[in-house]
Write a protein that binds this ligand. Structure first.
Ligand SMILES: [Zn+2]
Length: 99
């Protein structure tokens, strides 16, 4: 694991914004980016993806669940459309690629 600073402005935040599965999300006080620190080093991440454990399930399982993911995405989009009917959206923290 390695400690990292904000990708955009190189500030270091000690504020814990959220915690999940042993990871800590921190919020940059300068630009409001939320990032994970400490995080797995590049070699650790490559290994997690190689063995199919980056998102909790293997790559093959992700592909097999594409219909379910599409349903989840449509449901999420229906909620978003209540608040924003046009323009672009950016998914932050895509996690298991459900959207
Ligand atoms: Zn920042």
């Amino acid at each position: 694991m390695e400690s990292v600073k904000c990708l955009f402005c190189n500030n270091e935040s000690k504020e814990v914004f959220w915690q999940e599965n042993g990871y800590i999300g921190r919020k940059c006080h300068n630009c409001n980016l939320i990032y994970v620190s400490p995080r797995p080093e590049e070699k650790e991440m490559a290994l997690l993806y190689k063995i199919g454990k980056a998102g909790g399930v293997s790559t093959k399982e992700h592909i097999n669940y594409s219909y379910g993911k599409e349903l989840i995405a449509k449901h999420a989009l229906s909620i978003i459309k209540k608040y924003k009917t046009r323009g672009n959206i950016l998914e932050v923290g895509s996690g298991g690629d459900n959207f």
